[in-house]
Design a protein around this ligand. Structure first.
Ligand code: MN
Ligand code: MN
Length: 508
């Protein structure tokens, strides 16, 4: 039973009411000399209101059919958006379909309440807004997520042949457990910038008829030495080379004829030569599609749910907003998995620049820097990122009282960081209280979480960078199993819960 819906429906505990004033259940039987059952039940009920207990979303008032249908759209989106560039490209399509206009194509413009605009930075970062009724300087409501995911990047000079096989050299991106990325089908996504500056888009391995690639693993029969090694030493990053060919071109006297065959095929398909690969961004990602998990189909299994399981609901929530009080911002960032660096990461000035423009365009150009500073100080944000769900197969990694759980709805994380909260983003109790109240009043199932047991590790999100700007920020996202693996698991109930939570927040 939800503490949220109960508090709302029944108001304050009735312990001071005379028994007769409380409605009696129809089945009450009265025994002489003993207290009436209804009174006992009432007492128990009042006591239960003293305790905090999270709820399973499937027991909540959220409609099951909506939970299920929301995930259909999510899975389809995941299959189209496996890289940060693809996520932004698909988001632009969704935004345009919903009447959002490219702010940078509007020039010096006047924005009015209800107007819908977006900005894209370097094809990898995006900001979307519905302009609010209140002036931007009074603050905004931001839901911020990241659209990059752990993956295997291709090096700049990647191609070589060895023992009549052809490989691509790689450098992994983000925190991966390397052993999870060998012996699975991989697809190649990205862009190649040719000598003349033109850009070729690459996508091989997603169509059923496409070939795929793989990083090989050692057979168990010969893995005696490998077994003796520590897990983080048994798989070496420099040896994670992707197999991409084994057929020669020309006659036996030709040097590197296996590699040359691959280059000839790439030249035929994309018009590129080897040097073009130097100016490329190519990413190997799992080649399989998002799937339902479980006999009951209650979960989604897919690559890249960190953080698209929050980025997609964030995008969808801003699509649903009309005439908000405060200007809403959906902030989709890049490079979170390697520290939010660069001009497409959350450490960049992208958000400040964007809010500055919103201030200018809503005030007939009466802009000064203090407007933007005030807007940031008055803004509130949900940092929409995943949470480490408790996994009963790995006891001891979580404090069960403060863990994120699959199916318990929105995971609220007060602080991140590690070892004595070092490097944490720590939301103020007042702000956490505000979010808790908002979710309770709107029947959004939520539970309080932390990233794991004390001194077991840790991590962070984009929350800290935005908090540094003066914004009140708290992490609010979806608990995920097998995080950073090629096949991450999330509950459909949680995905829908965060979507509803983000909608409520943007409208607050
Ligand atoms: Mn994340
Ligand atoms: Mn991550």
């Amino acid at each position: 039973m939800s503490m949220y819906s109960e508090n709302k429906k029944r108001g304050r505990p009735r312990k001071n009411l005379p028994e007769s004033a409380a409605p009696q259940p129809a089945t009450v039987k009265r025994g002489r000399g003993r207290p009436r059952k209804s009174a006992i039940a009432e007492k128990a009920e009042n006591i239960s209101k003293l305790t905090y207990e999270s709820v399973n979303v499937w027991d909540s008032t959220l409609p099951k059919d909506e939970i299920m249908s929301f995930s259909e759209g999510y899975k389809a989106f995941l299959d189209k958006a496996k890289t940060e560039r693809e996520f932004i490209k698909e988001s632009i399509k969704v935004a345009e379909e919903n009447g959002f206009k490219n702010l940078d194509a509007l020039g010096e413009t006047k924005l009015n309440p209800g107007d819908k605009v977006y900005r894209v930075v370097k094809s990898k970062l995006m900001l979307l807004s519905v302009i609010g009724k209140k002036p931007v300087r009074e603050g905004t409501r931001i839901v911020g997520a990241h659209v990059d995911c752990p993956r295997i990047d291709i090096k700049q000079n990647p191609l070589y042949e060895s023992t009549e096989m052809v490989f691509l050299k790689t450098h992994y991106y983000g925190g991966i457990k390397k052993y999870q990325w060998v012996a699975i089908p991989l697809a190649l996504h990205g862009v190649i910038v040719k000598a003349d500056g033109s850009v070729v888009e690459v996508n091989i391995g997603e169509d059923e008829n496409d070939p795929v690639f793989t990083i090989t693993d050692l057979l168990p029969h010969l893995a005696k030495d490998q077994y003796e090694k520590k897990l983080n030493e048994a798989f070496q990053g420099e040896h994670m080379n992707a197999l991409i060919g084994s057929q020669p071109l020309g006659n036996k006297e030709e040097k590197d004829r296996f590699k040359k065959n691959i280059l000839a095929l790439l030249n035929r398909k994309y018009g590129i030569v080897e040097e073009d690969l130097i100016s490329s961004e190519l990413e190997l990602v799992p080649a399989f599609k998002a799937r339902d998990v479980g006999i009951d189909r209650s979960m989604v299994g897919a690559y890249g749910q960190d953080d698209r399981v929050c980025a997609y609901p964030a995008l969808m929530s801003v699509m649903k907003i009309t005439n908000p009080e405060y200007t809403t911002i959906c902030y989709l960032t890049d490079k979170e998995e390697i520290g939010s660096v660069g001009n497409t990461g959350a450490e960049s000035r992208a958000l400040e620049n964007y809010i500055a423009d919103l201030c200018a365009f809503t005030t007939d150009g009466q802009y000064n820097d203090r407007l933007m500073r005030a807007a940031l100080d008055n803004s509130k944000m949900l940092s929409a990122d995943v949470n480490a769900a408790y996994d009963p197969n790995y006891e001891g990694t979580h404090d069960k009282l403060n863990a994120g759980y699959l199916g318990k709805g929105v995971a609220i994380l007060k602080f991140s960081g590690s070892r004595g909260k070092s490097g944490a983003s720590d939301a103020h109790a007042e702000y956490l209280g505000e979010i808790r109240k908002l979710f309770n009043e709107n029947n959004i199932p939520w539970h309080i979480t932390e990233l794991g047991a004390v001194d077991k590790g840790g991590g962070g999100t984009i929350a800290m960078m935005i908090a540094n700007l003066g914004v009140d920020v708290i992490d609010v996202g979806v608990p995920v199993l097998s995080m950073h693996s090629p096949f991450e698991i999330a509950s459909k109930a949680d995905i829908y819960s965060v979507y509803k939570g983000y909608c409520v927040f943007l409208n607050s």
